[in-house]
Design a protein around this ligand. Structure first.
Ligand code: CMP
Length: 436
């Protein structure tokens, strides 16, 4: 077995009824052997909420547990178990939970309409897998940064995304608790599933909205640092939610991947540096931290010597390239079209129209180039509409800028393009300050 594929983890979990409700409809799971953690927040009258959340948690656990062989095969790096097999298994577990909750609600009229949120984190060696429905959340705390890994399926979040509500007004909205997806309300449900690299020192916080409604993301690192043991953290978060009102049931699960070799600080610094580097590149400038982590996971880096060919005109195009370091030239035969440097991309044309490469690209000096394969690129476009929109939008900008430069060169004038404002408005994002 590959030793780097085993981490020691520590965790803690707690749930609390809060200060207003008379019973607790949340459920959670911590399974040390499976390294599987779930939070579920049930809804529905007449005690139906807790029925829904406990069916969800138990069914999901059963499905994962019955397929331990698959998890083990993945851990061993066997070819018979891929990332998508594990994600499909989680997806299947969520659907099974959904069908069971729905079937029970059909049989018992007082439980009609019951449902639950469901956020699960499965760790297999240095890979994490998430399945998520509803407005419970999973956060990752890495190297002092907090990343909300899950996206709320809530009316509020939909309104914010569509630009109809500002994040500042969300707190006072009457729709604060409305979820747009829940497990069990209908026969099936669309679950978000994705996987990512896990590093030593990573800390995960899974929580129901009884906590997240009272917690701002930037507050998390200080709270985590204040408590010495992971097992004490859930209680600390519950206390905070209760101190701030405790309107809802509160559930938290905290999982930390131990930093046994003392490498976490260095690794976190390295990944954050890589992310800061790719964030400055025009094609990635609209992506948030989580999306950048997602992109980093599907890239490979290759080195080219001076004069070495990266792509050949007329070859079939399989990859998209981004220059990390060095300079490359785009040329047809010996005629140069353009030279590209760090942050520039090339090779997108053949990916998009499946035509042969329109030109050759060679390294002018020793260069490092990042490569994203066609299958990965297409899987993002198919499965992650928001990320795809941002990527395609930035591609368009680069391409329109190229066209503008060509036209300007032809007419002798140089047109200025400043569409950052427009983009900020479109995606409700802010550009990081340029560090000069
Ligand atoms: P592709 O056709 O896939 O492979 C060659 C790449 O060279 C092409 O995609 C573009 O990324 C790049 N390229 C071709 N023509 C130009 C141009 N006029 N300006 C900038 N880049 C170009």
């Amino acid at each position: 077995m590959n030793e780097s594929n085993r981490h020691t983890i520590r965790f803690g979990a707690a749930t609390d009824v809060g200060k207003v409700r008379d019973h607790n409809e949340d459920a959670f799971l911590v399974d040390r052997n499976l390294e599987f953690f779930v939070v579920a927040d049930g809804m529905g009258g007449h005690a139906a909420g807790e029925v829904a959340s406990s069916i969800a948690v138990n069914t999901l656990r059963e499905v994962i547990s019955r397929n331990r062989d698959l998890l083990e095969a993945f851990r061993e790096g066997s070819l018979i178990a891929s990332n998508s097999d594990v994600l499909n298994l989680l997806e299947h577990g969520v659907q099974k939970a959904c069908a069971e909750i729905h079937a029970l609600a059909e049989k018992e009229p007082e439980k009609r309409g019951m449902g639950t949120t469901l956020s699960g984190l499965l760790l297999i060696g240095n890979r994490g897998f998430i399945a998520h429905v509803g407005d419970s959340r999973i956060y990752l705390l890495r190297g002092g940064r907090v990343v909300q890994l899950t996206e709320d399926h809530s009316l509020i979040n939909e309104l914010i995304k569509r630009g109809k509500l500002s994040a500042a007004d969300a707190d006072s909205s009457p729709y604060k608790n409305a979820v747009t997806r829940a497990v069990g309300v209908y026969e099936s449900v669309e679950a978000d599933t994705f996987d990512f690299d896990v590093l030593p020192g990573d800390l995960f916080l899974l929580a129901s909205d009884g906590l997240t409604g009272y917690l701002e993301n930037p507050e998390i690192p200080a709270i985590v640092e204040r408590e010495t043991g992971v097992d004490r953290l859930p209680a600390a978060f519950i206390e905070l939610a209760n101190d701030r009102g405790g309107k809802d049931n509160i559930t938290t699960v905290v999982v930390r991947v131990e930093d046994e070799d003392g490498k976490a600080v260095e690794l976190h610094r390295e990944i954050n540096l890589k992310i800061d580097t790719i964030r400055r590149m025009p094609v990635f400038k609209f992506l948030n931290y989580k999306e950048l982590v997602r992109i980093l996971n599907i890239t490979e880096v290759a080195e080219y010597d001076r004069g070495q060919l990266v792509i050949r005109e007329d070859d079939e195009g399989e990859d998209l390239f981004i220059v990390l370091k060095g300079v490359v030239r785009v040329h047809k035969g010996e005629t140069d079209i353009v030279t590209l440097g760090a942050g520039d991309h090339f090779g997108e044309m053949a990916l998009i129209d499946k035509a042969p490469r329109s030109a050759s690209v060679s390294a002018v000096e020793p260069s490092r180039v990042m490569r994203i394969g066609r299958t990965h690129f297409f899987s993002i476009i198919r499965n992650e509409p928001r990320l795809a929109t941002k990527l395609l939008w930035s591609f368009l900008q680069v391409i329109s800028e190229r066209l503008r430069t060509t036209s300007a060169e032809l007419s002798g004038a140089r047109a200025a393009a400043d569409i950052e404002d427009l983009t900020e408005e479109l995606f409700d994002i802010e550009f990081p300050e340029e560090d000069q």
